[in-house]
Unconditional design. Structure first.
Lengths: 205, 205
DNA sequence: GCAAATTAATGATTTATTCAAG
DNA sequence: CTTGAATAAATCATTAATTTGC
């Protein structure tokens, strides 16, 4: 019997790899339905909840940005030094603001995460709607805002809602065989006991 | 050329992104010719030398492996704990199992960097020579040993040599438009079967 | 070798910012 | 100008990794 489980989600290597692969493939802010699917997939490899997925993408994106920003500022500092030192030798195309370069030089995403599109919304019009909308207007990096019609809301509120009312259509059970995901793991998933994450957040701010 | 205040190479964001993309695509230990190409390509985005590229891949590879190893050992330890807890299974030697799983878990490379395959040093005996020589000693971590025939290793020494004598055949001039970033990717690969999913370790509260 | 102490990484929360509708 | 939605940034908190003294 599992003793006191950890209070927070600890991704298995498989989960981590898949998440990273998705991130790499362009997934940044999955919407509710997508999170559900991802969660379902990943739950094959271990205990996981929707909010874990949500937070993971939030954090990963944020820290990625942070990293980039730091790089940039460092680089710009350097360039300034350069300029100060000798007025010539202008390094090309470097004087940019913080955010734009992110997109300008962004490397094209390699994969369109097809598994996210795997039909399972036939009889869930609103979900389908959500997905379709989001897909068309997906923005990755805060570079362009979605217009009002285009948002699948999630976040803290969404989490609560989803957690409370299982808004997941029955068709969204874990898909079994996806090209993207190896389905070969010893399907042990309930080693550690569960407990929902700290419901009592002692915020000592 | 501008005398830089900093003594070491500071990759521009673009350079970094490209390097990372290449790494992601499977490039690990580019040979002399490849390094030349890469350097030429990246020099468009800022000052860079061959050795920078060389060192970058060395470091990146090493740190990547380290990261993976840590994850795995962590996970395996966890599994061992479980086993011990549940069935008193004989304890494995962690050191033994350290290595092999690495490959098993490794996410398949998505892209074959075709541009790097452009035949280059078939008729560059001295380079080949060097390569052959260094190849045997340039062991990284012992995790992925290329078969003796294929890979070109080099090292610090090699760098100096190459930098001094342009031993790169004419075919290795900088390519202009490389298919660096294919927009397509293969699917995922097979996952390892050794790891079971499980959650976190029991904390000792 | 080991475990306490320290540090780094990262999951989870909270706060601030941005944009646009009203 | 105010407000709400969305989400980026900052922060808190816990876990893993490393270091250190024995």
């Amino acid at each position: 019997m599992p003793q006191v489980p950890s209070t927070r989600w600890c991704p298995t290597p498989e989960q981590l790899m898949i998440l990273e692969e998705m991130y790499r493939s362009g997934v940044r802010t999955p919407n509710a339905a997508q999170i559900q699917q991802i969660t379902a997939h990943l739950s094959y490899y271990g205990k996981i909840e929707g909010k874990n997925v949500f937070y993971w993408f939030q954090n990963h994106k944020a820290r990625d940005r942070q990293k980039l920003r730091r790089r940039l500022s460092r680089h710009q500092q350097m360039l300034q030094q350069h300029q100060m030192m000798n007025q010539q030798a202008p390094q090309l195309h470097q004087m940019e603001t913080f955010r734009s370069p992110l997109q300008q030089h962004q490397i094209p995403h390699q994969i369109t995460p097809q598994f996210l599109q795997q039909g399972c919304y036939q009889d869930a019009p609103e979900v389908m709607n959500l997905v379709g909308k989001l897909e068309t207007c997906g923005r990755d990096d805060g570079t362009e805002r979605p217009s009002a019609g285009c948002s699948a809301s999630y976040g803290y509120e969404w989490m609560m809602v989803t957690e409370a009312s299982s808004a997941v259509p029955p068709c969204c059970r874990p898909l079994k065989t996806l090209e993207l995901f190896p389905t070969q793991s010893t399907g042990l998933k309930e080693e550690c006991s569960t407990s929902k994450s700290s419901s009592c957040s002692t915020s000592t701010n």
